[in-house]
Design a protein around this ligand. Structure first.
Ligand code: G4P
Length: 298
């Protein structure tokens, strides 16, 4: 298995085509992304399909992200003219704000419908997002029920389906879509350790190794505490990143008979730790600040 990702399964091409066909049947788009990676978890391919559409960006899994970073992202997106709302769909948090913002975004559509006698017409929203960003969980939460949805597993094809929220919203659930090559190595690391890319299709150990390095750089205190490592600049700190990876594995008991380190078992453990927020609340990307002499988006 390659340590780089370069793929574009046929079912993703099909999903993009379905979105293009269906976009005319909705009033707005709700895009879910992962609050820990609010840039890398947004599919750039969607822009050409969804351009000029009323769009709400849901920073889901906000419970796993650093609160102050989420606030920064909300302000940054506001500056770009995008409404971003944090949510923790698995605990039904943020739903009222999503409903309210959707009504505000579609106020003109609802007014026109009202003027034509269609009082209480529901908003029709297409829900899009990369796999594992929490789309199904959000739809289930907004609909207050459990809808059977086939997972976005590699090779699994599913079309779109409608789900009724309450009388105020109808949600068109689209399959999660990734894009070819997934950008830079750093993007790929972010997408893999947050669970958007299934570990079984990549060289999991190399992504866990890079992931651990990234966390040591961004959140040294929390990461070293979890894996019983010395902090950078303190006695016992292991400079060599591979040696550090092995030590972290050893400290977490991933040792094979004969004393060899079980890198694979540690990789599974590390990815699971990060995915479930056990290392701490972490945001892997920060908004770029405008450089001096530049205004707006940098
Ligand atoms: P998808 O439709 O976009 O592919 O995502 P889905 O709703 O299936 O959610 C993917 C995983 O993320 C699920 O975990 C789900 O429980 C979890 N999840 C969704 N929203 C949130 C949230 O706001 N906060 C947290 N902490 N977790 C959330 P899973 O069933 O364990 O699946 P997996 O991660 O093992 O694949």
């Amino acid at each position: 298995m390659a340590s780089e990702i370069n793929w574009f399964p046929g079912h993703m091409t099909k999903a993009l085509r379905t979105m293009t066909e269906q976009i005319k049947n909705v009033d707005m788009v709700i895009e879910t992304c992962d609050a820990r990676i609010p840039i890398s978890s947004r599919n750039p391919e969607l822009n050409s399909i969804l351009q000029n559409r009323r769009r709400l960006l849901v920073l889901n899994k906000a419970d796993l992200a650093e609160d102050s970073a989420t606030e920064e992202w909300i302000s940054w997106y506001r500056e770009q003219g995008i409404i971003a709302i944090p949510s923790d769909a698995s605990h039904r948090k943020g739903l009222d704000r999503i409903r309210l913002a959707s009504r505000e975004l579609c106020a003109d559509v609802l007014k026109r419908a009202h003027d034509r006698g269609r009082i209480g017409r529901p908003i029709r929203a297409m829900v899009v997002g990369i796999p594992n960003s929490g789309k199904s969980t959000l739809i289930n939460a907004l609909c207050n029920r459990k809808i059977a949805v086939t997972g976005d597993r590699p090779g699994v094809t599913r079309g779109f389906q409608w789900a009724k929220s309450d009388s105020s919203m109808e949600l068109m659930d689209m399959p999660g879509v990734l894009w070819p090559n997934l950008g830079s190595r750093r993007n790929q690391i972010c997408l893999t350790i947050t669970g958007a890319v299934k570990p079984e299709i990549v060289d999991m150990t190399s992504f866990a190794y890079d992931g651990l390095n990234l966390l040591m750089k961004l959140y040294p205190k929390e990461t070293s505490a979890r894996y019983l490592l010395a902090l950078p600049g303190t006695p016992g700190y292991v400079e060599d990143s591979y040696e550090r990876f092995l030590l972290a594995a050893k400290n977490r008991g991933c040792i094979l008979s004969g004393g060899r380190i079980d890198e694979e078992r540690f990789s599974v453990l590390f990815l699971d730790d990060f995915k479930s927020g056990r290392i701490g609340k972490m945001t892997l990307e920060r908004p770029e600040k405008p450089r001096l002499g530049q205004g707006g988006e940098s």
